[in-house]
Design a protein around this ligand. Structure first.
Ligand code: PGA
Length: 249
């Protein structure tokens, strides 16, 4: 292994979700005022369902937590059904007691993107930084919308999506047609993500195996944005067997 990344391999995507949700529940139980980081995409959906279930069953309240999401499509309103604000409200926020004004998602319709991005960074700083941030990974190794080539010290900004990401997000799960996918997004940077005290990256399925192997066992390089987590002091990858299948033994 090239860096400090801890790898946990699970038997199924259900087990990935249980482990990841368990980390969030423990985090909030131990520190009710936790600052949490969330991600969108197919991978964390089960984790969010599990967090909602455990929060009720174990009476762990999110009322004092604050959250920040990784990214948002540029040009989409929060009530567009493919916006990440809509996704988060639907998959998680409506099912836990986090206060809506504490659940931050970048505004894809902001008039001045630079101002929106700077304010987002300031908000994260003003609450003391993120305690635990969950991430997904793209087939091309991206984290958030930090596509290959994104600098290690990048901050929240307006970015362009690669064709591989546009295709991955219009394969029938989200957008029906690549032409509908916004070409740009507001995304937290690699530096923003690396500032979180604890990171957990989730990946399931064979399509992610190459990106995972490069991120964990390959070089520390902006060509594989997730590899830039290798020197993070507390970063865990929770994988199913397929996503882990190309890792060095
Ligand atoms: P996915 O996306 O969970 O839908 O595979 C992950 C990502 O692109 O970060």
């Amino acid at each position: 292994m090239a860096g400090n990344i801890k790898v946990v391999v699970c038997k199924s995507s259900d087990e990935v979700a249980q482990k990841a949700a368990g980390m969030f529940i423990e985090q909030v139980r131990n520190k009710p005022t936790s600052v949490l980081g969330f991600a969108t995409g197919s991978t964390p959906e089960k984790t969010y369902a599990e967090i909602a279930k455990l929060s009720k069953a174990e009476k762990v309240s999110f009322a004092k937590t604050i959250s920040f999401n990784l990214d948002e499509y540029w040009g989409l309103d929060g009530d567009h059904d493919q916006s990440y604000r809509f996704f988060m409200n639907d998959k998680l926020f409506k099912s836990i007691d986090i206060r809506p004004w504490n659940a931050h998602v970048l505004n894809g319709k902001a008039k001045f993107p630079e101002v929106e991005c700077r304010a987002y960074e300031d908000q994260i700083l003003s609450v003391g930084g993120v305690d635990l941030w969950v991430l997904g990974i793209g087939n091309n190794g991206h984290i958030a919308f930090n596509e290959p080539g994104s600098p290690v010290d990048s901050r929240t900004r307006l970015v362009s999506l690669t064709q591989s990401t546009i295709d991955a997000n219009s394969d029938g799960r989200f957008f029906k047609d690549p032409a509908e996918v916004p070409r740009c997004a507001l995304s937290t940077g690699i530096g923003t993500i690396r500032d979180a005290r604890r990171l957990v990256l989730l990946a399931t399925g064979a399509k992610k195996a190459d990106a995972i192997a490069k991120a964990v066992d390959g070089a520390f390089t902006p060509d594989v944005p997730a590899s830039l987590l290798q020197d993070h002091p507390d970063c865990t990858f929770i994988l199913d067997a397929d996503a882990a299948s190309k890792l060095k033994k």
